[in-house]
Design a protein around this ligand. Structure first.
Ligand code: DMJ
Length: 657
């Protein structure tokens, strides 16, 4: 384009000073455009040169990684020059990775722009440089592709074994755990990368689904199943913990001005409790901002309406908040709760008990005992539910007179319809400050022993928790990912309560088997990831677990990383962080898409695609537990905070300021 001005006819004229200034100006503009294009274009120069497919096609994303979509850290990892530099640094014991803030990056861009401008004396020179650059990038792209392939293949390369016996807990009879070969990520690097992951997912929610419950990152839209901006409430404490101030402020503003419970559609009492009520209580506990307490109390009062009788003190499974708000029918006491209801009432274990922790904490922060009253009433009925060794029937009905009967579809299980009931037996006790006497703790210990007696199964060195029919004649051959929560929970229950309250982690000798059970189940869950080609775990794992090529969907579920996090905090065994690091790599590789993150269709397929879902628990749980895995132990310390089943931390009573 610039060459056109240099026609022979007008040569003299164009050599005047005015033209020199004009052409220099145009040249500067062109250089700037070229530079900005090459450094900022979302599809990137690298991909334009070598790619023959459509870059933005969601299905092809793993075939042809979008370099610009990868985190800064991952770029470093795959950039051969930087990688070499990093290796050198490592050898010299140096570690210089510093995440750059926006201001730094801007300064760098300005500097580069000036540099580019002075460098390109003539247009011809610029073109040559560009050609050279292109060749270099093609080569780098090839290397990048190769490295990426290598990492996929060698994902679970194992080079060493860590001996538990040599470590903190001698005599626990825990098998040696394999370490993988990836040790690139140091604490700060991981934390920075996880922050970046959160922001990448959040950008999509903000852009396409702000104020909606969920984002669908492929179809670029939001959808509602509660009508309460669920993802904002479920994620706000994660923003706080990750230190994402701007995002936190925006979320707070929405809760202040946009959250209206009378807009809610009829929804699940269980989900409303663990995600919305739990989210509000948690962010109040973290910030002490009264806004959240008032919202939690407003919601809690409406939720009391689902308890309809003293004799069946369980919540109904669906709730229409709208109805209660329109009728202004809020409960502040239980005075008008009938002793008996007339109707028969069906429920399941998880829904019947997975409000006890939220209600217990809500009573504490509001100084209103009504919520705790309902939790305790439900716990008192537990003994009437059919059980074997403290493992309870999953489904039951409660008659108006309080008689509880097992439903025909009932099983003995700790997965769907049951899981968080067991979790809350222990956690209400923890929330209470681990008192010596507690019906919650007694129930938990009884149940945990029962789970091991009734449902535990060992095969080829791996331990599983199965689902059993009521008569004991049949066991399922699948274990749901949901079951993996029991690993961390059981290990937590093995801690000496006295030491724990004082901030020390020691295993109570009487409860060694809890630790061992927890560790073994966590190991099985972790293996279900490591034995899948993508390094992600299945929604249901087969018993026994195949030696390799585990398949299924990855729903971005948190239970395995949750248990890994607890095991790390308890043991500081490097296996757990190592595993967490591999999970980061797999999520980045297979769940990350152009707009955010999405569930993965087939964990056994390296070319797998994604569904159009980002569950809110990806932000509230999966990323939070990953972040805490690499954080210092005093970030949300376990002796001062207890996590609800949606990973919302509540402050333990005794430690309130
Ligand atoms: C989460 O919403 C909670 O952890 C719940 O207790 C179980 N299921 C999902 C995630 O899998």
């Amino acid at each position: 384009m610039i060459r056109g001005f240099h026609s022979k006819k007008n040569e003299k004229f164009y050599l005047t000073t005015r033209f020199k200034i004009l052409s220099l100006f145009l040249f500067l503009v062109c250089s700037l455009v070229i530079f900005v294009n090459f450094s900022n274009d979302k599809n990137g120069k690298t991909l334009k040169i070598t790619n023959t497919k459509e870059q933005n096609s969601e299905t092809d994303q793993h075939n042809l990684p979008n370099f610009d979509e990868l985190s800064k850290f991952e770029k470093n990892l795959f950039d051969p020059v930087k990688k070499k530099e990093k290796e050198k640094e490592k050898q010299n014991g140096l570690h210089t990775y510093e995440p750059k803030d926006e201001a730094e990056l801007e300064t760098e861009t300005e500097f580069k722009t000036e540099h580019e401008q002075t460098k390109g004396e003539t247009e011809a020179e610029t073109e040559t440089e560009l050609e050279e650059e292109t060749t270099k990038i093609e080569t780098e792209e090839e290397i990048f592709e190769q490295e990426k392939k290598n990492e996929r293949v060698g994902k679970a390369k194992r080079f060493d074994y860590f001996h538990f016996e040599d470590h903190k807990y001698p005599g626990l009879n825990v098998p040696d755990l394999p370490l993988a070969s990836y040790d690139y990520c140091k604490e700060e690097e991981c934390l920075e990368e996880i922050r970046e992951m959160f922001l990448h997912g959040w950008k999509a929610y903000k852009k396409y689904a702000w104020g909606k419950d969920d984002v669908h990152p492929k179809s670029k839209r939001g959808s509602d199943w509660m009508g309460l901006g669920l993802t904002i409430i479920d994620s706000i404490d994660t923003m706080w913990i990750l230190g994402l101030k701007k995002e936190y402020e925006e979320a707070r503003e929405w809760i202040k001005t946009g959250l209206d419970f009378s807009n809610a559609v009829t929804t699940s009492f269980f989900e409303l409790t663990i995600r919305v009520l739990g989210g509000l209580i948690s962010i109040f506990d973290l910030t002490q901002d009264e806004l959240y307490k008032d919202k939690a109390d407003e919601l809690g009062q409406a939720m009391l309406n689902v308890f309809t009788s003293q004799s069946c003190p369980f919540p109904h499974s669906r709730i229409s908040l709208k109805q209660y708000f329109y009728n202004n029918h809020l409960k502040t006491s239980n005075a008008n709760l009938p002793a008996q209801s007339r109707s028969r009432f069906s429920s399941n274990l998880a829904e019947s008990y997975s409000f006890t922790l939220e209600f217990a904490r809500l009573s504490e922060i509001t100084n209103n005992p009504i919520y705790r009253h309902y939790a305790d009433q439900a716990m008192k009925q537990l003994k009437h539910i059919q059980n074997e060794d403290g493992v309870y029937a999953t489904h039951f009905t409660c008659e108006g007179d309080g008689n509880i009967e097992t439903s025909h579809q009932s099983k003995y299980s700790i997965q769907s319809f049951a899981d968080s009931a067991y979790e809350y037996f222990l956690k209400v006790w923890l929330l209470d400050g681990s008192p010596a006497q507690s019906m919650y703790r007694d129930h938990f210990d009884h149940s945990l022993n029962g789970i091991q007696n009734v449902l535990l199964h060992e095969r080829d060195g791996l331990w599983y928790v199965r689902v059993r029919s009521m008569n004991g004649n049949h066991f399922d051959t699948k274990m749901e990912h949901l079951t993996c929560f029991i690993g961390g929970l059981s290990a937590m229950s093995s801690l000496d309560p006295h030491d724990f309250r004082n901030g020390q982690i020691t295993i109570d000798p009487k409860r060694k088997s809890h630790f061992q059970f927890g560790n073994q189940i966590t190991r099985t869950c972790a293996e279900s990831y490591s034995r899948a080609k993508t390094g992600l775990g299945p929604f249901r794992l087969s018993i026994p677990l195949p030696k390799d090529n585990v398949h299924g969907r990855w729903h971005t579920q948190p239970e395995t990383i949750e248990s890994i996090f607890y095991l790390w905090r308890i043991t500081h065994h490097p296996y757990y962080r190592n595993w967490g690091y591999q999970l980061i790599r797999s999520i980045q590789r297979y769940a990350r898409i152009k707009n955010g993150f999405a569930t993965v269709k087939d964990i056994s397929n390296l070319e797998t695609g994604n569904d159009d879902e980002t569950p809110s628990f990806f932000f509230s749980e999966t990323l939070k537990y990953l972040f805490l895995l690499f954080s210092d132990d005093n970030v949300v310390p376990l002796n001062k905070w207890v996590f609800n089943t949606e990973a919302h931390p509540f402050r333990i009573k005794e430690f309130e300021d």
